[in-house]
Design a protein around this ligand. Structure first.
Ligand code: CS2
Length: 490
């Protein structure tokens, strides 16, 4: 019996595949016969547990075009981990039962600052049919829902595309090259938790091309499709415990395994230029109108995740499933969705709103897959403007009180203040928050998170409620204030 990772243990790589224990699934295809029809920007854990698994399933079915060239926009770490493993890694599915499989869909990883021309060349290549992105909310450089042309990185790309800084910059440079080569059509598909991601990608690329190459702008009109998708699979950051368990299971040392829950979902806007990968053969759904699906995911799953992260952190919980073990927090988050969000959200016919919410909470209870409150709390200034703000405006417009959402805003401001004090805050606006007065002005914090564009921020009675809840949390602590809130509401 092998115990954990030890010095003599061999590294996972192509040669290891033939020696895997029989219960470990390995690629059933000849990796050398696969071509990379996809370039993916943001080859982190989520991509590796979601899209790369869909591609691996296609390759296992005998398709050969849907290998992936991954791009890391900043850090070389993923490449350093995966290159010695021939880009193989273990995907552990952890739930009521567990399963470990080796994914072979990634063929190469490029680190943009090390090899910018290789990234541009890969996207411009006619072999590439689809360019996908998981660059996280902050990668879109948005302010009040629009691209911020003064964002440091985006402003650099506006000045020069010689060494691009943003995903927009890489895509724009590659399109200039692709159009000069009279290249084949390309689809650019957003796989992030942002509403209208494809439209943002188009807007950013268009802004850059207006400055750098108006001919390319004309060229792309009939040849490049910008699409959105709704992606879903809870995928925590990898820790040492996972590496140890994986070593025990597979008998090889994998420095970058990735764990995820059993549930997975991918709904894709059916708007492709050129070849469409047959993701529907492996469980994805193509739809004409993606917006209601994005809405449901952001407003129910991601919204309650962010509530539980803020409330749980303040209550001293490390993980989301621990926060849910506090009955008042679980009740608060579920009722927030059912009372405040569901009545003002249009849910596609194929989905039952109540059922979706119940399923989400069941998934969050999965204690075989601890998900850190602080992972959800990371970049929260970029998240709540997608997850909470539009629902608050819809609720107020339809004359609902939206008290749960007001309380959530108050808890979020308290979370930011507390995480700053504890040196736990990981957010692109960290320094701006640190410069806010630590007093009681919730407005300053909310404005930084993009509230100005939303009408709730100028609704005095709603904002007075947020302020009152914020004071209550300060005075009574999170659990008592939630309990008092629930007593008054019910
Ligand atoms: C989470 C998401 O970390 C977060 O902000 O809310 O990553 C969530 O786990 C995924 O969207 C699930 O699909």
């Amino acid at each position: 019996m092998i115990v954990g990772v030890n010095d003599n243990m061999q590294r996972l790589n192509s040669a290891a595949l033939a020696k895997m224990p029989s219960n470990i699934e390995v690629p059933q295809y000849d990796r050398s016969a696969v071509t990379a029809g996809i370039v993916h920007i943001g080859a982190g854990n989520f991509h590796r547990a979601h899209q790369a698994v869909y591609c691996d399933n296609l390759l296992n079915m005998g398709e050969t075009e849907w290998g992936i060239i991954g791009v890391s926009l900043r850090s070389p770490t993923m490449k350093e981990n995966l290159a010695p493993q021939n880009f193989l890694y273990t995907q552990a599915t952890l739930g009521k039962s567990t399963n470990y499989r080796i994914i072979g869909a990634i063929q190469n990883l490029l680190v943009a600052p090390e090899a910018p021309m290789a990234v541009i060349g890969a996207i411009a290549s006619n072999h590439t049919q689809v360019l996908t992105t998981t660059i996280t909310e902050k990668g879109y450089c948005l302010i009040n829902g629009e691209i911020n042309r003064h964002h440091t990185d985006f402003a650099q790309d506006l000045l020069s595309l010689e060494l691009p800084k943003t995903a927009y910059g890489y895509i724009a440079s590659a399109l200039i090259k692709r159009s000069a080569q009279k290249g084949t059509p390309l689809t650019i598909l957003c796989c992030d938790n942002v509403q209208n991601g494809g439209e943002h990608l188009l807007a950013g690329v268009r802004m850059l091309l207006k400055t750098h190459s108006s001919e390319t702008l004309t060229w792309l009109k009939n040849r490049v499709a910008f699409s959105s998708s709704m992606v879903d699979r809870v995928t925590p950051a990898t820790d040492e415990a996972l590496k140890t368990t994986v070593a025990e299971e597979i008998g090889f040392h994998d420095t970058a395994p990735v764990a995820a829950e059993p549930f997975t979902q991918w709904i894709i806007e059916d708007n492709f230029a050129g070849t469409r990968p047959p993701f529907d053969k492996v469980g994805a759904l193509f739809v004409d109108n993606i917006a209601p699906f994005e809405n449901v995911k952001l407003r129910f799953l991601n919204a309650s995740h962010s509530m539980l992260a803020a409330l749980g952190y303040l209550a001293g919980d490390r993980f989301i499933h621990e926060a849910l073990l506090r009955p008042c927090l679980a009740r608060f988050a579920k009722q927030a969705l059912k009372n405040d969000v569901l009545p003002v959200t249009s849910v596609p016919k194929s989905i039952s709103g109540e059922g979706y919410i119940d399923d989400v909470f069941e998934r969050f209870h999965n204690d075989n897959l601890p998900y850190a409150a602080l992972q959800v709390g990371t970049d929260s200034s970029q998240k709540i403007q997608q997850r909470w703000f539009p629902a608050i405006d819809d609720a107020l417009e339809q004359e609902h009180a939206a008290s749960y959402l007001a309380f959530s805003l108050a808890a979020w401001v308290t979370f930011i203040r507390q995480a700053l004090l504890n040196k736990d805050l990981n957010d692109p606006l960290h320094d701006d928050f640190a410069n806010c007065e630590m007093g009681n002005d919730v407005r300053q914090f909310l404005a930084l998170a993009g509230a100005a564009k939303f009408s709730f921020s100028s609704n005095d009675s709603f904002m007075a409620k947020v302020h009152k809840f914020h004071q209550a949390i300060d005075q009574q602590g999170i659990e008592s204030s939630v309990k008092n809130f629930l007593d008054l509401e019910n």
